[in-house]
Ligand binder design. Structure first.
Ligand code: NDP
Length: 687
């Protein structure tokens, strides 16, 4: 056997071994020593300072699109190395399927953030949040919320169960926000996180100081956190509470995101009786959640809530399915469930099952007797799935309070949907619940009933059976976290997860100066009139470049022609009496889309030029009716410019305001165009 790897921490730009020989970390399935871990001798205050002083400024110099491109390059580089990570992952007790959730799931999450950053964020360093708020009658004083990256470090303290996903799902939104990270993986599986970190460092993709890793204890690190830092924690509620109450965290109002125990529930709808597709899907889902990752998932189904009349059939179906789950060495073909993280963890799970047995009886599996298809039941941390039944769930407090972090679930009966919802709520706040039903009324009643107690709710039925990502999978675009017992935190949720590492600030001032701050033109800010703005490439165009068009009258013939041509002969355009009877109109009116079409006819510059395409409009509102004989005029102002990092063009957003002869705004919207970075294109210019 080769000697175990000595894990190192990567801080202050270099790899540092601990001063002591280190604690052995054992292979979950074989008990062999995989690595040694120790972080003694590390200057944790210096690590934080390095992140703040070196990583932070480098990240903040980049735009959102540059950071998104960085995450994409990193995600792609890691994906190319996944086989190496999978080989190491087997030591954690995870099967290749479990490893897929951790490794491909983690890298996929990073790539999703990369793509969202590119598509949903502007190519700037500051975000605006919400609309401009008018604060004065004459428009000279307005307000706008902005988001800027924190100037500290995000310390991510992770759990043992997802050594890759746990790191990547947290650093992706943090780095996209422009904030450096210090990751502290749980010791038990830190060798895999350390391997991924080594490969990340080797790519050279991240700026110096953007990501640091601590293998082993974080020592006095939390003593040094400030109000610009953020701490996230995933693990046990006891540790989470301790860290949340750390004096420096409290004294400096440090953002603290916690994800702890969660007694996730799955509810079988009253319509989903044995024989329906929903019943079968439910059985599959519960069994899957119990066995994937040997039930060591923060989102796993712990409480199974079923109509009283279905409990017997459900227990029988689950028992049969679970009994057919081969448990053994995770790398062997045929193994469906690997080992728990460690022998200690198995003892912990057995102890929690004993707690549950005070109010529930075991109906499938035996925690004392391990049956393995391969491997050694004593030296490997194996445990077959255990299903319990609590006949009186409202009196079974332990079922709603004790998290057995392994392949363990408890079935309980309910009478009526209200009871099912009440039981789910007894978990006092969970990451996720699911309801399996094909009845819209059940879906509505359960989801609205349990939603305040959950960060995510999944509805399972026959229509989404093939495409559903399942109860237990947190997804990058959706919120992951939950209230109360689940820790009260929120992660991911798409761009929401990025803003967790940014400060929201209300900025007040005159439009000109506010526009300078945000890089976005706002009403009342400076404008420029020279050549037609559609003749300007991104190299020349500036926010505030404006076109005020000629005026055009709208005639009855125009409206009738448009109606005939498009087929839109809605009565308000065609029938004077009917239009007058409508509370909004005094007579026949022009179509809203005719107004928008005439507006385009007024503002476009028809010749080939730097404007490449119109790809839509945002926030279109028709504000004042347009009657026959009214005259339209357009004011088009360059509002936002987003050059693409990887193309010869970018997006330009134009504020489009259409007014009538009285100066009333009849239509207001944003026109979205693609504009070339240079025009004529450089190649043509060179000819
Ligand atoms: P812990 O709470 O002990 O550890 C979680 C993380 O916190 C680890 O990285 C750990 O590091 C670190 N940590 C522990 N003590 C401190 C401290 N004083 N200062 C700073 N960091 C600290 O949980 P475990 O991972 O041991 O899991 C125990 C139980 O937690 C499980 O059995 C399960 O019930 C629950 N759990 C819940 C999860 C969820 O998401 N809901 C996920 C994982 C676990 P180190 O490993 O080096 O001690």
């Amino acid at each position: 056997m080769t000697s175990p790897r000595r894990l190192e921490s990567h801080v202050c730009g270099r790899w540092i071994p601990g001063e002591k020989p280190g604690q052995p970390l054992l292979d979950a399935a074989t008990g062999e020593t995989v690595a040694l871990i120790d972080s003694s001798g590390i200057d944790f205050a210096a690590a934080l300072a390095y992140g703040r002083e070196t990583g932070g400024p480098a990240l903040r110099r980049m735009t959102f699109h540059e950071r998104a491109a960085m995450l994409k390059a990193l995600g792609q580089a890691l994906m190319a190395l996944k086989d190496e990570f999978h080989a190491e992952s087997l030591h954690t007790g995870a099967t290749p399927g479990d490893g897929w959730i951790d490794i491909e799931g983690g890298i996929g999450t990073m790539l999703t953030f990369a793509s969202k950053g590119r598509r949903e964020l502007p190519n700037t360093r500051v975000l605006t949040d919400g609309a401009v708020e008018g604060l004065s009658r004459d428009g000279s004083f307005v307000g706008q919320h902005i988001l800027t990256p924190l100037e500290g470090v995000a310390v991510h303290i992770n759990a043992f169960n997802f050594p890759v996903w746990g790191m990547l799902e947290k650093i992706a939104p943090t780095l996209l926000a422009g904030v450096p990270c210090v990751v502290k993986p749980a010791s038990q599986s830190a060798y895999l996180t350390e391997l991924v970190m080594r490969r990340i460092v080797e790519t050279g993709i991240l700026p110096e100081g953007a990501l640091q890793l601590i293998c082993g204890s974080v020592g006095d690190l939390l003593d040094h956190v400030t109000g610009q830092d953020a701490v996230t924690f995933t693990g046990s509620a006891a540790t989470g509470r301790k860290l949340k109450a750390h004096p420096a965290v409290i004294a400096n109002s440090v953002r603290f995101t916690m994800e702890a125990d969660s007694l996730n529930a799955a509810i079988l709808g009253p319509d989903a009786v044995a024989g329906t597709p929903e019943f079968d899907l439910f059985v599959k889902e519960v069994a899957r959640e119990m066995t994937v990752k040997a039930g060591q998932k923060c989102t796993a189904i712990r409480r199974v809530i079923a109509p009283r009349g279905q409990v017997e059939a459900l227990v029988a179906a689950l028992g049969e399915r679970l009994a057919k789950t081969p448990v053994g060495l995770p790398g062997l073909e045929g193994t469906r469930m690997g080992a728990l993280a460690s022998l200690d963890q198995r003892e912990e799970v057995r102890a929690r099952i004993r707690d549950l047995q005070s109010v529930a009886e075991i109906v499938a599996g035996d925690p004392a007797m391990v049956r393995v298809a391969s491997g050694d039941a004593e030296t490997g941390a194996f445990l077959n799935p255990v299903l319990l039944h609590a006949a009186r769930p409202f009196e079974a407090a332990a079922v709603h309070e004790v998290e057995a972090f392994g392949p363990v679930s408890t079935v309980m009966p309910y009478d009526g949907i209200e009871e099912a919802v009440a039981l789910a709520k007894l978990g006092k706040g969970s990451l996720v619940s699911s309801v399996f039903t094909d009845d819209p009324r059940v879906a509505e009643e359960v989801v609205l009933g349990v939603a305040p107690f959950h960060g995510r709710v999944l509805i399972g039925n026959r229509a989404s059976a093939k495409s559903s990502t399942g109860h237990g999978s947190p997804l990058a675009p959706l919120v992951h976290g939950g209230p109360g017992r689940a820790g009260g935190g929120e992660e991911m949720g798409g761009i929401r997860g990025v803003t967790h590492y940014m400060q929201r600030t209300a900025v007040q001032g005159c439009p000109r100066l506010l526009s300078a701050v945000t890089g976005r033109w706002i009403e009342g800010a400076e404008v420029r009139h020279d050549v037609h703005p559609f003749r300007k490439s991104l190299a020349e165009l500036k926010i505030g470049d404006q076109l005020v068009t000629a005026a055009r009258e709208v005639t009855q013939a125009d409206v009738e022609h448009f109606a005939e041509f498009t087929g839109d002969t809605f009565y308000a355009h065609m029938d004077s009496d009917a239009a007058k009877a409508n509370p909004f109109f005094d007579d026949r009116v022009a179509h809203g889309y005719l107004i928008a079409s005439f507006a385009a006819g007024l503002f476009v510059e028809p010749n080939p030029g730097p404007v490449l395409a119109n790809y839509g409009v945002d926030n279109m509102r028709f504000l004042t009716p347009v009657y026959f004989g009214d005259t339209l005029q357009v004011r088009l102002t360059c509002k936002e410019i987003n050059p693409r990092e990887t193309a010869e063009h970018g997006e330009v957003r134009w504020d489009c305001q259409v007014t009538n002869q009285k100066g009333e705004v009849v239509a207001q919207y944003d026109v979205l165009t693609m504009v070339a970075k240079t025009w004529p294109a450089l190649a043509e210019a060179a000819e």
